[in-house]
Write a protein that binds this ligand. Structure first.
Ligand SMILES: [Cu+2]
Length: 286
């Protein structure tokens, strides 16, 4: 996967030919349907490289029109148009091109979530030594005394509905915290923590720049990374599954988890995926 800076010109070339609206980007997705959500709003697709966007990976894709997934079943091969807008991504023009037997998942590479024991609400979150956006060593335990809202991300994530959405949600939470003194005065205050599971790219200077781009106030919102295996292990205990399936260590397939941790360091709640909103999380904080 290339950085945004590198793939923008490619995208611009693709868009010049095909973009209906200036803020839309279109890509060709080809792959195999692994599963379809019962409401037909989402399908998990194992897809080939998406030229100019991301390497081959398996992940869920939404459709705006559930009828597009009618008649499809796991195993079907499809070709579709992937539409990216500034804060959304969805498939349209879904075409079935064939069928193939489903691969069994490789037994030697279980998902991180099954390799690490999940922490349950009420349990103590384990400590881990990380490094912050200023390059300082940071124990996760040092956030004790504050209510922590924690998420996992990486800065090169190309899907607007994944990591960039977590960033936008955290930015919205930061704004609302500042506007609502009752929240800011919660015991110890509220600390936002974003941990990158891509330490190869997300060095402290990269995280610092990313934080500045998002308008993150270093007093309220900390960016961390660390040893890759340590981060995977820590993230895995919240249910984050990170897979690096290709030879290029920077290619990452992952899911999303966001957690609230109380000032004593106990897990309060874990949000799955990208379905939660800043308002829901703030209501839970209260
Ligand atoms: Cu991501």
């Amino acid at each position: 996967m290339r950085s945004h800076l590198v793939f923008w010109p490619i995208v611009a070339a693709v868009c010049a030919a095909s973009c209906a609206r200036s803020d839309e980007r279109h890509f060709v997705l080809q792959g195999q349907v692994l599963s379809i959500a019962p409401n037909h709003h989402e399908a998990t697709i194992k897809h080939e490289d998406i030229q100019g966007l991301m390497p081959a990976m398996t992940m869920p894709y939404r459709v705006r029109d559930p009828k597009l997934l009618d008649g499809l079943a796991p195993g079907d091969l499809i070709k579709a148009r992937l539409v990216l807008v500034s804060n959304d991504a969805y498939l349209d023009q879904v075409l079935k091109t064939g069928r193939a037997p489903l691969d069994q998942p490789p037994a030697e590479a279980p998902a991180a979530s099954s390799r690490f024991e999940l922490i349950s609400p009420g349990q103590q979150v384990p400590n881990v030594t990380l490094v912050d956006q200023d390059g300082r060593r940071r124990e996760f335990d040092s956030f004790k005394g504050q209510t922590v809202v924690l998420t996992f991300m990486y800065t090169r994530c190309p899907m607007p509905t994944f990591c960039p959405l977590m960033d936008r949600n955290f930015a919205a939470i930061q704004t609302k915290l500042k506007a609502d003194p009752s929240l800011a005065s919660a015991p110890g205050g509220v600390q936002l923590v974003s941990i990158s599971f891509d330490p190869i790219t997300d060095t402290p200077p990269v995280l610092k720049k990313h934080a500045a781009t998002l308008g993150a106030d270093p007093k309220t919102w900390t960016f961390l990374t660390g040893d890759r295996d340590e981060v995977d292990k820590f993230a895995g205990r919240f249910g984050v599954s990170v897979a690096r399936v290709t030879a290029d260590a920077r290619d990452i397939t992952h899911n999303l988890r966001t957690a609230i941790i109380d000032p004593s360091g106990r897990l309060v709640k874990v949000y799955t995926g990208n379905e939660w909103t800043p308002d829901q999380l703030l209501a839970d904080l209260k």
